[in-house]
Design a protein around this ligand. Structure first.
Ligand SMILES: Nc1nc2c(ncn2[C@@H]2O[C@H](COP(=O)(O)OP(=O)(O)OP(=O)(O)O)[C@@H](O)[C@H]2O)c(=O)[nH]1
Length: 351
């Protein structure tokens, strides 16, 4: 169940959500309530971050913003790709069994048909066989022939279903990877990031050394990106996003994950990485971006340099995904406040 909150807890969320809802330019309908309920409950870091971004500088949410937030952070996908994969595999197994049973039955029928044919030839040659027996024998042969044909049709149909299942399986696996990949940059998307973070947290419940949790998070946000879009156009902005994504991808290897977690916001999730090393990586990324010039599509004029502000933190023992993400976000905004193009580290104990 998605909302296991008690009456008292949900009433408290209602009390917190209502004043926030009424401040927006959105009608008070279930979708806007779901967004604000989720926001005040603090259980959805992605949504919280997106709401904060959109309401920064006193902006309010319009209907479209609210609907987009709901779609991106709350709506369940119609088809869970993992479930679909399991269903298609199960179906495929059933078909495999049916196909081999049909093939076996087909073989047996063919063998039976063959022996019947030989035996009937002998009988029909014998002049002692009366007309009635001849008739019965021929009708038995005809039925056997029809049965063999039915078996062969069944087998053809099973083969065709197999082809359909294979195509379905391919589609599911494509949908599965598309559901987890950011289409613009090719990095992991927010959903993939949240899944990986949740699985890292589960693994961290029994860490090898509880005193030294080793999961670090780096959040990076492009500075004055709106200005980049406004000066050079949205498609150049997209080019910048792809360039930043490539730099991040080059810098990270398994089990680390580079993800685009918001419009111009990126994350590096770094398992088994001490805080100092995570900070160095963030610094390396910052320098790489600041020192590269991204050319415009016509290749003539290098655009203004793009910089990144970054925040780094380390998971505290037993900490929730929400608190962990929030601290990295605070570190990131500390970098913005101190002039941008820099890295701020917030250790867990300083939170
Ligand atoms: N080109 C492009 N722009 C995007 C995309 N997603 C979000 N943006 C833009 O990113 C900009 C973010 O602007 P702001 O949140 O005001 O932040 P900023 O200008 O980077 O300023 P600071 O973060 O304070 O340094 C907005 O203009 C969005 O339109 C995208 O996919 N492509």
């Amino acid at each position: 169940m998605r909302y296991p909150d008690s009456m008292a807890r949900s009433a408290e969320y209602l009390r917190l959500a209502l004043p926030l809802m009424t401040r927006q330019r959105t009608a008070l309908h279930p979708i806007s309530y779901a967004v604000w309920y989720e926001f005040v409950s603090g259980r959805n870091p992605g949504l919280m971050q997106a709401v904060r971004e959109r309401t920064r500088d006193g902006s309010v949410l319009e209907e479209d913003d609210t609907a987009a937030l709901y779609r991106e952070h709350l709506a369940e996908p119609l088809l869970d790709p993992e479930d679909a994969r399991r269903v298609s595999e199960g179906l495929s197994r059933v078909l495999d069994n049916m196909a081999s049973t049909a093939a076996e039955a087909g073989d047996r029928t063919a063998r039976f048909d063959q022996s019947l044919l030989e035996w009937s030839r002998q009988l029909l040659d014998e002049s002692t066989l009366n007309a009635r027996a001849r008739e019965q024998l021929q009708s038995l042969m005809e039925e056997t022939r029809q049965m063999r044909q039915a078996m062969s049709t069944l087998q053809q149909r099973l083969d065709a279903s197999h082809g359909e299942i294979a195509a379905l399986r391919e589609e599911v696996s494509l949908a599965r990877s598309e559901a987890l990949v950011d289409a613009l940059t090719g990095l992991a998307n927010r959903r993939a990031f949240e899944r990986r973070l949740a699985s890292c947290l589960r693994a961290d419940e029994a860490p090898a050394s509880p005193q030294e949790p080793s999961l670090c998070l780096v959040l990076g946000d492009i500075d004055f990106f709106k200005r980049v879009n406004d000066s050079y156009g949205h498609s150049f902005g997209d080019q910048v996003l792809r360039a930043v994504a490539q730099s991040m991808q080059r810098m990270i290897s398994e089990p680390g994950l580079a993800a685009r977690v918001g419009g111009e916001e990126f994350a590096l999730l770094l398992p088994d990485t001490p805080l100092l090393q995570a900070r160095q990586l963030a610094e390396q990324l910052r320098t790489a971006i600041a020192s590269s010039s991204i050319r415009r599509a016509n290749g003539e004029k290098a655009a203004e340099r793009v910089t990144l502000s970054l925040g780094v933190t380390q998971l505290a023992p037993g900490e929730s995904a929400n608190d962990f993400f929030e601290r990295a976000d605070r570190a990131l905004y500390a970098s913005k406040r101190s002039g941008r193009n820099c890295v701020t580290v917030l250790a867990a104990r300083a939170a």
